[in-house]
Design a protein around this ligand. Structure first.
Ligand code: GSH
Length: 226
């Protein structure tokens, strides 16, 4: 198999979501790092007209694809022939999609807006900080409730649906402004014991250990490819 090219830059949630799946499935890949200044212009917009990361180019099938959830779905359907991270059975395969859609529409955008208003927005807007901080906590509460008495969201194994959440979960302190001097919404992981157990179990997996160590050492920008 030829290596799949993944376009990304830093271990931020959406690109890292795809790298975790490549690692979990043991697929060969090469990284192309795209700087922020290169995202919204050629040649990158010919790969992803939305000018965001990630995108992939798979020479084995000829597909170029963007949107992290679509890429994960493609990798699973094309390469997870042993159902390591998925199910082919009813109703599990639909439950997986339910959680994957919830992640894409209910977790990512709300956590992302929490980051924006707590960290990057040039003026402090307490109503926006509270809105997205409370939504973040509400989403974590939904997950915590559904994980009561269970190790994984669907069935008895870790799937692509679980793994879709892990990187944004890992950003919670950052999203709530902890590294930017603190936001108005407080979060204690011990208030969400099922969620925390699940998150820690995912972080202990070799795929996540590798991705998080790249994040910790910030060494990915030093190489053009790897
Ligand atoms: N829905 C998209 C979101 C992609 C996205 O927002 N990526 C961020 C990195 S996590 C990005 O490229 N940001 C750069 C920008 O907004 O210009 C996906 O899941 O792929």
């Amino acid at each position: 198999m030829k290596p799949i090219t993944i376009y990304w830059r830093d271990v931020v949630p959406n690109p890292a979501k795809v790298v975790v799946i490549l690692e979990e499935l043991g697929l060969p890949y090469v990284s192309k790092y795209v700087e922020v200044s290169e995202l919204k212009c050629e040649p990158y917009v010919s790969i992803n007209p939305n000018g965001r990361l990630p995108a992939i180019d798979d020479p084995n099938t000829g597909i170029k694809l963007w949107e992290s959830c679509a890429i994960v779905r493609y990798l699973i359907q094309t390469y997870d022939s042993e159902y390591k991270l998925t199910y082919s059975t009813f109703p599990e395969k639909f439950y997986l999609e339910q959680w994957a859609f919830f992640q894409a529409s209910g977790q990512g955008p709300y956590f992302g807006q929490a980051v924006w208003f707590n960290v990057f927005h040039p003026e402090k807007l307490p109503t926006a900080q509270e809105r997205y901080g409370h939504e973040l906590k509400r989403v974590v509460g939904v997950l915590d409730g559904c994980l009561k008495g269970k190790n994984w969201l669907v069935g008895d194994k870790c799937t692509y649906a679980d793994l879709a959440f892990v990187m944004w979960n890992a950003c919670i302190p950052f999203a709530l402004g902890a590294t930017a001097g603190g936001g108005p919404v407080d979060f204690k992981s011990e208030d969400y014991p099922n969620f925390s157990r699940w998150q820690n179990a995912m972080l202990a997996r070799p795929s996540l250990q590798k991705v998080m160590s790249i994040w910790k050492h910030k060494d990915i920008k030093s190489e053009g490819t790897r």
